[in-house]
Design a binder for this molecule. Structure first.
Ligand SMILES: [Zn+2]
Length: 136
């Protein structure tokens, strides 16, 4: 693809990966070299408005991925996550209960879970505890 000295930078929500139109900006190569792609995508630090509103309601996003998480204790990097597109929103108190973290402060706004954990979770948690907003 042809490069240019100007390009667009699109920020994507770290939770749902939707493009946050309010955070697009213009990139400019200072030396006017044709070094930039037309569209450049990055994962933002802050969630989009929809996800942000759910997070304000003391919820956590469980992002379902097709990688297995059972044998890994370390954090999975965003770029290595093979997302299935499914996101389960849980109240943090339900999350603490289900994952046996009593009294712990749940930091952050999302966690990756694999398909196996998703299935277990769905069998353990009542539908009323799962928030299912349409994100698109
Ligand atoms: Zn979002």
């Amino acid at each position: 693809m042809e490069k240019s000295y100007v390009g667009m930078l699109h920020e994507h929500c770290p939770v749902c990966l939707n493009k946050d139109e309010t955070k697009s900006s213009i990139l400019l190569d200072k030396r006017m070299r044709n070094s930039l792609e037309k569209d450049n995508n990055v994962i933002a630090n802050e969630p989009c408005e929809k996800c942000g509103n759910l997070l304000k309601q003391d919820m956590i996003a469980l992002v379902v991925i097709s990688n297995s998480t059972s044998d890994k204790r370390e954090r999975l990097d965003q770029k290595d996550a093979d997302r299935t597109g499914e996101i389960i929103w849980l109240k943090k108190h339900v999350f603490r209960e289900v994952f046996n973290l009593p009294g712990e402060v749940v930091e952050g706004h999302m966690a990756f879970i694999d398909v196996e954990v998703r299935d277990k979770l769905k069998s353990m948690v009542a539908d009323s505890d799962i928030e299912n907003p349409t994100l698109n």
